[in-house]
Each structure stands twice: as C-alpha cells, then as structure tokens.
Design a protein around this ligand. Structure first.
Ligand SMILES: Cc1cc2nc3c(=O)[nH]c(=O)nc-3n(C[C@H](O)[C@H](O)[C@H](O)COP(=O)(O)O)c2cc1C
Length: 206
C-alpha cells in the first residue's frame, strides 16, 4: 500500500472530540499512515473558558498538543476533521482555522485531499448530520474527495451515522465520554480514509 500522511484536526472544549480524534489517529496509524493530531486554536475569551470547569481543565490537559497550521494541510494526503456541534453547525474555532486556508485553496493545494468528518452533540437529534454536511460545504469548495463511512462496516449499523462518526454526550447518550462503539467507528472511518488515500496515491503513481 502506498504510504500516506493523515492529519486529524479537531476542536474540543470538554474532551469528547479529543478522545474521538485520538481514536481516529489510532485507526489511521494501524492502517499504515503517518499521522499528525492537531487541535485548532482556542478563540473563546478566558472568562468564558473559566466559567466551565471541564472546559478550563481540558484546555490545560491538552496544552501540549500542537495547534493546526497550514503546513499540516499541505503535508497531508488525507484529513479528518472533528468538531462539536454548535447550534447545529461547525464550531467557530474550527471554522476560523478553515477560513485561513484561502491561499492554499487559490493555489489548488487542497484539491484532491481525501477528507472526512466527525462530531458530537448534546442530544441525539441535536444536529450531527447538519454539522457534518455544513463542514462538507468547505470540502466541495476545496475540490476535496469526501469519504464518508457509510455503512461499510458492521460497527456503522451500531452507531447508525453514515455521515461521520458521532457521539451523544447528554440525553440518551454517554456522559462518561465516547463509548467503545463510537471509538471503533472512529477507527474504522480513519482506516477507510487512509486506504482510499493510499489507493488514489498508488493509482496516480502507476
Ligand atoms: C454553544 C453551544 C452550542 C451547542 N449546540 C448544540 C446543538 O446544536 N445540538 C446539540 O445536540 N448539542 C449542542 N451543544 C452541545 C455540544 O455539541 C457538546 O457538548 C459537544 O459536542 C461536546 O464536545 P466536546 O466535549 O469535545 O467539547 C452545544 C454546546 C455549546 C457550548
């Protein structure tokens, strides 16, 4: 299999997306990819962060994780993006990073990247699909190749979201963090992304 570079880029306030990002990284790594995990910069004012102890704690606990940079996008053959759902949409922190990619887009450097996305919500019907679809608007503009998990593995019938791995943190979900099923789905999604990127790379080289 052609060796591929996979970058997992995420935002997490209270740790759920962080855990999912690590599972995705593990899936890509197991599939043979070179992997980077990058968080996007926190943009919320300190008083907002400090008003939620779990948020402040998570920010401190993940201080050593490198922040995403444009170089990570250039380096990667494949990208997995993780965002919490915010009012049915992509979080502003990830969107702000995406909005720095105009130069790369203009140079055509984001075309043909293999991309996929994952999310978490507070409630089961709180907007997982709308968030992933909203992020996909960017992927269309980039000319990226969207690789959704679909129902390509038995775990997808247990998590039930073909758009991207999703976790419910509150009502009807798992307040203790992503379940093993969710983590399995994240690993599967990343493996599928890695294998697709490798096949494309090998095909182009042939
Ligand atoms: C400002 C704000 C808006 C949110 N909007 C939604 C929403 O539309 N639907 C939903 O189910 N949960 C919503 N949530 C809950 C988050 O999606 C959930 O806490 C998050 O996915 C947890 O991820 P994290 O632990 O990685 O930060 C919202 C939370 C905040 C703070």
């Amino acid at each position: 299999m052609a060796s591929v570079n996979v970058c997992v880029i995420y935002y997490s306030a209270t740790g759920n997306l962080h855990t999912m990002a690590l599972a995705a990284a593990e899936g890509a790594h197991r599939a043979g990819a070179s992997v980077r995990v990058r968080k996007v910069r926190e943009l919320a004012p300190p008083e907002a962060v400090e008003s939620v102890p779990a948020w402040a704690r998570h920010l401190q606990d993940t201080a050593d994780i490198e922040e995403a940079a444009l170089d990570d996008l250039s380096w990667a053959d494949a990208l997995l993006f993780g965002t919490p759902t915010r009012f049915g949409n992509v979080c502003s922190q990830l969107k702000a990073f995406i909005d720095t990619t105009g130069g790369l887009w203009q140079a055509g450097a984001l075309a043909d990247k293999v991309v996929s996305a994952f999310t978490a919500t507070g409630t089961a019907h709180g907007g997982q699909e709308s968030t992933i679809l909203a992020l996909s608007n960017t992927f269309y503009h980039w000319g990226a190749i969207i690789v959704p998990p679909g129902y390509t593995d038995p775990v997808q019938f247990r998590t039930g979201n073909p758009y991207g791995t999703s976790h419910v943190t509150g009502v009807g979900g798992s307040a203790g963090g992503p379940t093993e099923t969710v983590l399995q789905a994240a690993r599967h999604q990343a493996r599928r992304v890695t294998e697709t990127a490798a096949a494309l790379k090998a095909g182009r080289a042939a």
